[in-house]
Design a protein around this ligand. Structure first.
Ligand code: AMP
Ligand code: MG
Length: 404
């Protein structure tokens, strides 16, 4: 058995991004940049006005108020080449229009009498005011987004502003999802005696999708060698394989033997975590294989703690663990030593502190308390007794948590 922390470091040491591709900016939100990107030109490309108003020479405006002739008009989109601000004059200018030669300041229309032929400036004018200078945002050649950056609307705006329609990003791995068990029937069928619906495939597909990876549903391997071999071979074509069930010590638990037979390198097959102990990790070629326990709560918890961070790392993400924070226990908890214990909790914030309450019955087979959980408390392996008022480490569970 490896510890919770050892399991994570074995996983992280054995995975890497699966490659890169160039995609259109419209598809790029949430993806991770795979190269540093340098500005192809200055931003802005020319000095321009930050206000609707008048382009002036600040040296002409030393008195307040001050009167100037208006000899020209520059709307946004106009070219300033043939216009000059002559001494004693001003050019009417709109926001974003290039500032004409001679101009070293813009006076907002609100600080004038809005004159058409002649304008009176009411306020003091400082050199450089309301002018956006060439390259003041980013100079040509400067790196403005780095490899590893998650692409959000601001990054998209800037990349688009530089005319970069295609961006280099880490590829989204395909993730095969395979359930095992003779008791399973697919969603859409009514379970008969002894049967249950293969719900793990659905929640794993959703969880995979939330990470940004592409789920490939393989279906159900029945509890015999032939069926396992066929389905595992199919699943191993993907960048990642996740299986559920058949990985503990029961008579019908074939997953380990089948992976062995197919030539996967097994790196661990039991972890000091509860629930979720019978979790195995192997490498087949370059592809990670996560064999998760079948109990839906254990499947989801081990996905959350081991698979999710791995899938994020494979997409070039650098911070892959959900941030921990401290929460004060509203009720006491006990556990056995030697394993990390996961507790499903609800959270409340009071006077700037988080308080955690168990979401209910913590037995592995109880699914409703997983539904009710907003966060996960991770109790360290060494400790056994947690009292009311003790602080524990928690992290949110799910990408779309809502708290009262
Ligand atoms: P096993 O590891 O095969 O003994 O399965 C452990 C428990 O998880 C059993 O109660 C199974 O019925 C249940 N289980 C296994 N696979 C699934 C699945 N795909 N969907 C829902 N429950 C499952
Ligand atoms: Mg089974």
């Amino acid at each position: 058995m490896v510890s919770f922390e050892e399991a994570r470091s074995i996983i992280f040491d054995n995975i890497q991004p699966v490659g890169t591709e160039r995609i259109h900016l419209l598809e790029a939100a949430g993806r991770v940049l795979a190269e540093d990107v340098a500005a192809p030109w200055d931003l802005p490309l020319w000095d321009n006005s930050a206000m609707d108003g008048y382009a002036v020479r600040s040296e002409d405006c030393q008195t307040t108020p001050c009167k100037l002739r208006v000899n020209g008009f520059l709307p946004a989109g106009a070219q300033a080449d043939r216009i000059t601000v002559e001494t004693g004059s001003a050019v009417r200018i709109m926001t974003g229009a290039p500032t004409p030669s001679g101009c070293d300041a813009v006076v907002p229309v609100e600080e004038t009498d809005d004159g058409k032929e002649e304008v009176t400036l009411m306020e003091q004018v400082n050199k450089g005011q309301h002018v956006r200078f060439r390259a003041e945002d980013v100079a040509a050649g400067a790196v403005f987004v780095r490899n590893g950056t998650i692409i959000r609307p601001p990054e998209i705006n800037m990349l688009a502003g530089f005319g970069l329609a295609l961006v280099p990003v880490y590829r989204r791995p395909t993730v095969a999802i395979l359930s095992t068990g003779d008791e399973l029937v697919e969603l859409g069928r009514t379970p008969g005696p002894g049967e249950i619906i293969n719900s793990n495939t659905l929640s794993l597909a959703a969880a995979v999708q939330e990470t940004g990876c592409i789920p490939r549903i393989i279906g159900i391997a029945r509890d015999n060698r032939e069926s396992h071999l066929e389905k595992f071979r199919e699943g191993l074509k993907a960048d990642v394989l996740i299986t559920s069930a058949g990985v503990s010590a029961g008579d019908c638990d074939l997953v380990r033997d089948i992976l062995e037979e197919l030539g996967a390198r097994q790196l661990f097959w039991k972890v000091g975590i509860k629930p979720g102990g019978p979790t195995a990790f192997a490498i087949y070629g370059a592809s990670p294989v996560f064999s998760l326990p079948g109990n839906p709560v254990s499947t989801m918890i081990t996905f959350e703690e081991f698979v999710r961070p791995a899938l994020l790392k494979m997409q070039g993400r650098q911070r892959v663990l959900r941030p921990f924070f401290k929460a004060v226990l509203r009720e006491g908890l006990r556990k056995k030593p030697g394993k990390v214990q996961i507790v499903r909790v609800r959270l409340e914030k009071e006077d700037g502190r988080w308080y955690a309450t168990s979401s209910g019955n913590q037995q592995t087979a109880i699914l409703k308390t997983m539904v009710d959980a907003q966060a996960i408390a991770v109790l360290p392996s060494g400790s056994t007794v947690f009292s009311v008022g003790d602080e524990v480490d928690v992290h949110f569970y799910g990408n779309h948590i809502e708290l009262e």
